[in-house]
Design a protein around this ligand. Structure first.
Ligand code: NAD
Length: 332
């Protein structure tokens, strides 16, 4: 099938091309993101493949429909950037990669926790400057600390086990608690989770209900010096409230792999540019904030699995099979 891939970098092309040797799809790669003005690039392609910061709003979907597109394949698990109801109305099918490597994201959350705690990001540059002092590098033992996990699906479950493995007590909140985790973890309400946790990690999807689940009110309920980790979606966190929490020193550590205004910033090399986003630049000034650019998923295993599932989803559509990974409006 002819597929237009948007927002592709060299690494996307490398993994897709390797896996496509088996599938034989005809692929056009575009480095630009999908938006109403770039949808025209999809002309003559039946399928379009997009990533997390591409636009799947009504205007874009209508423009794709006009180009004859019948399938929108998301190479992500999250689908909050696509208007699913509108796609259904227009007759465009949506497929996604529901799970690739939950380990990739859960392990990145652990990497952020260890970096922030043991300050290896500061030690690295300090030592390279010839400064071997330990001043202000004190960390804490993870063993015995309480970790709050919000969202206990594929990633939250793996993350909870990792944290139990280093000796933490885990409490969790999920409207649909993970059955397996119930044996090991206390499921509590959000206020209890906020009140008890030394570290809080977000692993739920971005929906109307979870938008700004971490806001000023929530921060007030947290322990002083709490560590907050967001590897899920930027919109879960009211960044302004977190900046205030960091300035007031109520929040002790903040790790973010996703940012509510990440579009046009993350995945790009802006090293020569004047960054216009004042929230991300403020966050960059805190020694106790660690920013990674939506890289939690980025392992060899996850990239291979994303490519395999995406190309299989497209083959299933081409062959008129049931779409195992279709996203329908009721999933929202
Ligand atoms: P999943 O669907 O397996 O699990 C999500 C869990 O969140 C479910 O158990 C669900 O019941 C729960 N949930 C729903 N609403 C909730 C609420 N209001 N409060 C608490 N929990 C709620 O998804 P997953 O594979 O574990 O992925 C979780 C999220 O991680 C995705 O939605 C995506 O946004 C994010 N993600 C980020 C990256 C990255 O690179 N940073 C990569 C993959 C996924």
């Amino acid at each position: 099938m002819k597929i237009a891939f948007f927002s592709t970098k060299t690494y996307d092309q490398t993994f897709m091309n390797q896996v496509n040797e088996e599938f034989g799809h005809e692929i056009s790669y575009f480095d630009t993101g999908l938006s109403p003005s770039t949808a025209v690039l999809a002309q003559d392609h039946e399928a379009v493949c997009i990533f997390v910061n591409d636009q799947g709003n009504e205007e874009t979907l209508k423009a794709l429909k006009d180009q004859g597109v019948k399938l929108l394949a998301l190479r992500s698990a999250g689908f909050n950037h696509v208007d699913i109801a509108k796609a259904e109305e227009l007759g465009i099918k949506i497929v996604r990669v529901p799970a690739y490597s939950p380990y990739a994201v859960a392990e990145h959350a652990l990497a952020m926790i260890l970096t922030l705690n043991r300050k290896t990001h500061l030690a690295y540059s300090r030592v390279r400057d010839g400064n071997f002092s330990l001043e202000r590098l004190t960390g804490f033992d993870l063993r015995g600390k309480t970790v709050g996990v919000i969202g206990t699906g594929a990633i939250g479950q793996v993350f909870a086990h990792i944290m139990m493995g280093v000796g933490c007590r885990v409490v969790a909140y999920d409207p649909r608690p993970n059955e397996e985790l119930k044996q090991h973890v206390d499921f509590v309400g959000l206020p209890e989770l906020f009140g008890q946790s030394d570290i809080i990690s977000l692993h739920c999807p971005l929906t109307k209900e979870t938008h700004y689940i971490i806001n000023e009110e929530a921060i007030k309920q947290m322990k002083n010096s709490v560590m907050l980790i967001n590897t899920s979606r930027g919109g879960l966190v009211d960044t302004k409230a977190v900046i205030k929490g960091l300035k007031d020193q109520r929040i002790g550590y903040f790790g973010l792999d996703v940012y509510e205004q990440e579009e046009n910033i993350f995945f790009e090399d802006l090293s020569g540019a004047i960054i216009q986003d004042d929230m991300i630049t403020r966050l960059m000034t805190f020694p106790n904030a660690l920013i990674t650019s939506h890289q939690a998923f980025f392992t060899q295993e996850a990239m291979t699995s994303i490519a395999e599932t995406t190309l299989q989803n497209i083959r299933d559509f081409e062959e008129g099979k049931d779409l195992e990974n279709e996203v329908v409006h009721s999933d929202k």
